[in-house]
Design a protein around this ligand. Structure first.
Ligand SMILES: Nc1ncnc2c1ncn2[C@@H]1O[C@H](COP(=O)(O)OP(=O)(O)OP(=O)(O)O)[C@@H](O)[C@H]1O
Length: 257
């Protein structure tokens, strides 16, 4: 099977720091791939390199087997890759619907839209309601409600729903449950599984081992700027994963990436 998203020999340096050191990466169709690693291992830099937020100094990125050269996250979004960052890029004072369509507003048909750039609010609200409904997020009663009135979990839900609504090929989630309580985390985890059941592959960066082991089909272990190994959570314990991450344990030749 061909990876949907693939990075080969990725390098990214920040001055003297090598954040990505000849790193390989593969996301397979339909899977949840967790990316784990110690602080500063280069996980964020890796996902930024495959989603246009940083341009690698060397290496190649392929989407569905074709080379891509994203110069910005906008390029990656246009290609169907959506990223939800730890710091949610949302405007608290705007409504759920407005936030979902931020940067890709729908204009009215005809002259009003083309000439006066008038927004088609009704259509955006309809689609927002439909998307949230699809993902079982209709506990959010009023899509015209300002995002600042939502709980942390609901906000994260809207961010994931937005990614799922527009990320036709790949969704990247950076620590989606980091700031959430137990109940809210649970909802977001269910939402992630729901997105996968729609066939959209997900890259999940997380420090939360129970969440990683619950959700991931495969785990990419990142250490010192590169992929150390990829493990199947069914064959390893959380302690094994942490040992790989921290360097307490080295992969065998068969396990190594
Ligand atoms: N914009 C930047 N400028 C300078 N150095 C950077 C920049 N971004 C990342 N780095 C450095 O690159 C290395 C990898 O950072 P990165 O954020 O990718 O790690 P991470 O694995 O995501 O860490 P964490 O789990 O703490 O978020 C670190 O040493 C970091 O200080």
């Amino acid at each position: 099977m061909q990876p949907i998203l693939k990075g080969t020999g990725l390098v990214k340096r920040y001055g003297k720091v090598t954040a990505l050191d000849n790193c390989d990466f593969e996301l397979m169709p339909g899977e949840i791939l967790a990316v784990i690693g110690d602080n500063g291992a280069g996980k964020s830099t890796l996902i930024k390199a495959v989603s246009g937020a940083v341009v690698p100094d060397a290496g190649t990125v392929e989407l569905e087997g074709k080379p891509v050269h994203f110069q910005s996250p906008i390029d990656a979004r246009a290609a169907g890759i959506e990223t939800v960052y730890q710091t949610l890029a949302m405007s608290p004072a705007l409504s759920i619907a407005d936030n979902m369509f931020m940067g890709r507003e729908i204009r009215q048909q005809g002259l009003m839209g083309q000439l006066f750039r008038r927004l088609d609010k009704a259509e955006m609200q309809r689609i927002a309601r439909e998307k949230l409904n699809d993902l079982g997020l209709m506990t959010i009663q009023n899509i015209n409600q300002a995002v600042e009135t939502l709980s942390g979990g609901q906000r994260q839900g809207v961010a994931v729903a937005r990614a799922a609504a527009f990320g036709s090929k790949v969704i990247i989630l950076d620590e989606p449950t980091a700031a959430l309580g137990v109940k809210e985390s649970r909802k977001v985890l269910e939402l992630i599984l729901d997105v996968r059941s729609r066939g959209i592959p997900i890259i999940l960066i997380s420090h939360n081992m129970p969440h990683v082991f619950e959700l991931a089909d495969r785990i990419h272990v990142h250490r010192l700027g590169k992929r150390l190994c990829v493990i199947d959570p069914k064959d390893y314990t959380m302690a094994d994963a942490v040992a790989f991450m921290t360097g307490a344990k080295e992969p065998t030749a068969a396990e190594a990436a």
